[in-house]
Design a protein around this ligand. Sequence first.
Ligand code: TMP
Length: 202
Amino acid sequence: MFITVEGIEGCGKSTLLAGLSERLRDEGREIIVTREPGGSPAGDAVRAIFLDPALVVAPLTEAFLINASRVQHVLETIEPALRRGAAVLCDRYVDSTLAYQGYGRGIDLALLRSVCDAATGGLMPEATFILDVPVAISRERVASRRAALDRVEAEDDAFHERVRRGYLDLARTAPRYHVIDATKSARDVLADALGVIAGIAA
Ligand code: TMP
């Protein structure tokens, strides 16, 4: 089982992933929780470049950096885990590239799809949760972390609005997408996601 969790900053992905992995592990399955950019040693090195606020990175560079990280992630982490029967829960994947580099930065979606497809060999998740929150709430949650903003978090509200709208647009294109209202409590968000997973596993 391959599941991805998506959404704008501060939407609650980490909390949902922690809850999902705990509940699914209780059922005795092997669960791998991983993330993008990252998920392999080379991917983690790319992550540091990708998020460094001191670097100037053009939109197309972002798209290629993220997909370089993704090649290693799929080869070293995701595919081996799926092959041995583990469930893979991934914090961001191809849909982040479509939402951020496509809707956010304005790169052509067809081009991005073809680069992502080359990077993943066509491996796509069975279910994708899009945790939807208004940008104002996202901002409050990110500010409350008191950590320095990374290069993408530091973008203006209009950018994050485009990304949010992008996710909601994507959600209408395939049945694997499940939009969850992430202004709800963490418990309710987890319950919604577990309900969807029960449907897949059945
Ligand atoms: P995180 O803060 O959720 O770990 O994500 C790191 C940042 O990377 C987040 O601001 C979104 C961005 N990102 C992209 O712009 N494109 C991508 O394809 C991925 C995976 C992440």
